[in-house]
Ligand binder design. Structure first.
Ligand SMILES: C[S@@+](CC[C@H](N)C(=O)[O-])C[C@H]1O[C@@H](n2cnc3c(N)ncnc32)[C@H](O)[C@@H]1O
Length: 244
């Protein structure tokens, strides 16, 4: 659903118009999904068979595939991170769709790297901290375990970030995806993991550029500025930074 503060009937009308425009203008590079509308772009990642395979295998029901451009950014950042030593980390996993697509794209098993997945996985979805989502049921942790059991070095860590880093944490990190929907927890995650990030590691904030997540934008900007790093705001709503 579009993130404009409009009455629901006007939002629905706007969405219908954009759907119609997309059908008409797709041959001219129109992309419309995930609150992102572009015209005349290459959108080359959707033509990449490795990317398409990863996306479709991770999301056979196409529930999450609207996030294709965001996933493309994650795949690119993880590939960059793999040039440095360390494991991959995601803080805020939910169903694990994003990192499943990334793991398939980079062929995680073949890289020999670890993948650490941190989430509360509680039925309430971290109410009072993050935002409860429909996927937060009592089977969520089990579903994520099943999803990643094909990878010998994937570790699903249930618990409150940053406290759950006590359970398991990589020595070195080459890629960090922060998606906790909670400014304080995201700052605490960065504080805890910063020294473990290899120079050249890629850090992606999922919600950095979303108006609905302004507190996270302010917290991430401040936390990175303290370390002399600026975050690149991407049209997808993500923020990208590289550990110096
Ligand atoms: C937006 S979802 C993550 C989506 C996922 N990265 C994806 O791409 O599909 C945010 C998740 O953060 C988790 N969360 C929020 N605060 C947390 C905390 N302090 N510790 C651990 N998990 C937390 C919630 O349980 C929720 O599943």
């Amino acid at each position: 659903m579009l993130g404009f503060p409009l009455p629901i009937d006007q939002l629905k009308r706007l969405e219908a118009l954009l759907d119609e425009a997309e059908a008409l203008l797709r041959p001219y590079g129109l992309f419309y999904a995930d609150n992102l509308l572009t015209v005349g772009r290459m959108i080359g990642f959707l033509e990449d068979p490795s990317f398409r395979n990863a996306l479709m295998s991770a999301d056979p029901t196409r529930t999450f595939s609207v996030m294709a451009w965001r996933i493309h950014v994650l795949c690119w950042a993880a590939t960059l991170g793999l040039k440095q030593p360390g494991d991959l980390v995601e803080c805020g996993v939910l169903e694990g769709f994003s990192m499943d697509a990334v793991a398939r794209y980079i062929d995680l098993e073949q890289t020999g790297r670890g993948l650490f997945l941190y989430d509360l996985f509680d039925g309430a979805g971290g109410v009072g901290r993050g935002v409860a989502l429909p996927q937060h049921d009592s089977d969520l942790a089990w579903r994520v375990e099943q999803r990643f059991k094909q990878y010998s070095r994937a570790k699903v860590v249930a618990g409150f970030v940053p406290d759950s880093f006590q359970i398991a944490v990589p020595e070195q990190i080459c890629f960090l995806h922060i998606d906790l929907n909670d400014a304080d927890a995201e700052t605490a995650a960065l504080d805890s993991l910063w020294d473990r990030l290899s120079p050249g590691a890629a850090i992606v904030y999922d919600d950095f550029g979303w108006r609905s997540h302004a507190a996270q934008h302010a917290a991430a900007t401040r936390a990175m500025a303290e370390r002399g790093v600026s975050i690149l705001e991407l049209p997808t709503g993500q923020g990208l930074a590289i550990k110096p």
